[in-house]
Ligand binder design. Structure first.
Ligand code: GAP
Length: 511
């Protein structure tokens, strides 16, 4: 098992053991690509939502929020293009009966060639020692150049095939490169077919086509169809944004990597309505703002990068991903899309209702253009968890697992721990709980030795432990232990609120 697989497995089992994430319907052997959030998971999820909502909606005078329904008129998805174009190319292996996304099979093949280049570099670095110049090696070594050319050729062909919807060409790329099924090891493939990712259901008792409904594959359309309602009632002036957080559903062909790719997930999306012609300016503006939002969490600047799209979605004329270095490599965390006036114009056409804005500054009516920021809440959750999970060797030879979650996002902010169950310590600890509970999510724990309780709170990611001991009963002071550095200091009970809030309050962080 590779190191990253090992770490990722540990994170997944840690999530289960400490009440973060459970497999859905586990007692029935689970449901693929669906997960439930446990007591700590739901707190972390809510804190991430609050952080996003406050920074996107409350801190921007020109952005407001909505909460639209998951069920929408089925014409919505005709207008948005999802009914015709929200497809992934799928291919089956006849021997293993496993189903794959054709583009992912090809991308995995490209990754293998990239790995070979990385290995050549490592070997050369060992051979040449200090005098090794990686850039020079990559640009001159014949084997590396050949491999890089192969990667470029395959990528270009794949992008052309995807952009022109050429499924035969995709199959040809798989055959020509002798790409094999990872399970059966054979290249006995079916033809590549399109597979629509929307879940279909029906509303009401009658089962004719007019009652067909789709579970929304993105929250964005709930914003577009409410564009005029919001603009008029909230008296918004272009440029302005509408944000929403909610569930989205996609019948992913290959759902894997834990909560990274699920069939039911949550999105935090914002559509920013602008004057036509200003899309480049606002696209760059939101790229910058969103990257800063991520970097401010201090999860390591080197773990983020932009990846501009070559295969654009049917609605976009420019798009980039903010990628994060997950344990399994750099992958999409957030998308920023220049959606032009595609959606509003399409809804205008399909509904017969005007969706225009009168811009009094230039005395003109127009259909606004849109820049979208769209982040998966579950992927943000995984970003934070996978980055915070640390196995540390301690000076006394012991080790600990600690979740160094940014303090203002931690599920539990402080644990109140009476040293023993005797001498009035539990009562004193409960008094402290009562004082703190209305400000922070706190946990009271009296079972097990104090050392074990510290380790448990480290594993949950609780920034502070407050220990009540004999001295507390005499002078109203407690021991305050810091999760990250494990330092302990004596603090007056009256000061606990302000000390903790300085570190864990979202408001302080946003300021
Ligand atoms: N409204 C635009 C839109 O939905 P997208 O790139 O398809 O764009 C946006 O999705 C974000 O939603 C992604 O960056 C990702 O974080 C999240 N996302 C998409 N599919 C997902 C899935 N199957 N499971 C978890 N998150 C997903």
């Amino acid at each position: 098992m590779t190191n990253y697989e090992d770490i990722f497995k540990k994170i997944i089992s840690h999530c289960k053991e400490y009440g973060y994430v459970f497999q859905s319907s586990e007692i029935y052997d689970g449901l693929a690509a669906a997960y439930d959030y446990g007591p700590n998971g739901v707190e972390l999820k809510n804190n991430i939502k609050q952080y996003w909502w406050k920074s996107m909606v409350n801190m921007h005078e020109n952005i407001v929020g909505i909460d639209s329904s998951i069920f929408m008129h089925s014409k919505t998805w005709e207008a948005s293009g999802h009914k015709d174009a929200f497809n992934d190319p799928l291919v089956d292996n006849r021997d293993s009966k496993k189903r794959y996304r054709a583009d992912m099979l090809i991308e995995d093949h490209i990754s293998k060639i990239e790995d070979k280049i990385a290995k050549e570099c490592l070997k050369a670095a060992k051979r040449f020692g200090d005098s090794f110049n990686k850039e020079e090696f990559i640009s001159t070594n014949n084997r590396v150049l050949e491999r890089q050319k192969k990667i470029d050729d395959i990528s270009n062909e794949m992008n052309l095939a995807l952009n022109s919807n050429n499924l035969e060409k995709l199959k040809k790329i798989i055959e020509e490169n002798d790409i094999k099924c990872p399970v059966s090891g054979t290249n006995n493939w079916t033809d590549v077919r399109q597979f629509n990712l929307m879940f279909k259901t029906q509303m009401g008792a009658t089962a004719d086509a007019s009652s067909d409904l789709y579970l929304r594959p993105e929250t964005a359309q709930g914003i577009f169809v409410n564009f005029l309602n919001v603009q008029k009632t909230a008296r918004m002036k272009v440029p302005f944004g509408i944000a929403q957080i909610g569930k989205a559903f996609r019948n992913e062909i290959v759902a894997r990597q834990f909560i990274f790719r699920m069939r039911e997930f949550e999105q935090m999306e914002m559509q920013f309505f602008i004057r036509p012609g200003e899309e480049e300016k606002w696209y760059n503006y939101w790229k910058d703002v969103r990257m800063k939002w991520h970097l401010s969490l201090n999860l390591g600047d080197e773990n983020y990068r932009f990846h501009d799209h070559e295969n654009l979605a049917h609605y976009a004329n420019a798009a980039t991903d903010i990628e994060f270095k997950f344990p399994f490599g750099f992958k999409e965390l957030e998308g920023i899309h220049s959606r032009t006036d595609f959606d509003l114009k399409a809804h205008q056409k399909h509904s017969g209702k005007k969706l225009q804005y009168f811009d009094s500054e230039i005395e003109k009516s127009y259909v606004p253009y849109v820049i979208e920021t769209s982040i998966g809440l579950d992927r943000m959750f995984l970003t934070i968890l996978s980055n915070s999970f640390k196995e540390e060797e301690l000076e006394n030879g012991e080790s600990r697992i600690v979740l160094k979650i940014p303090s203002f996002l931690a599920p539990i902010k402080a644990a109140v721990l009476p040293l023993t169950k005797k001498d009035g310590m539990p009562q004193k600890a409960r008094e402290i709980m009562q004082k703190l509970q209305s400000n922070f999510n706190c946990q009271y724990e009296e079972k097990d030795s104090i050392g074990k309780r510290y380790r448990r709170q480290d594993a949950i990611g609780t920034p502070y432990c407050i220990t009540v001991d004999h001295q507390t009963l005499e002078d109203n002071t407690v021991t305050l232990r810091d999760r990250d550095v494990m330092s302990q200091c004596r603090v007056d009970i009256q000061k606990l609120n302000s000390i903790i809030s300085e570190k864990v309050n979202l408001a302080n962080y946003l300021e």
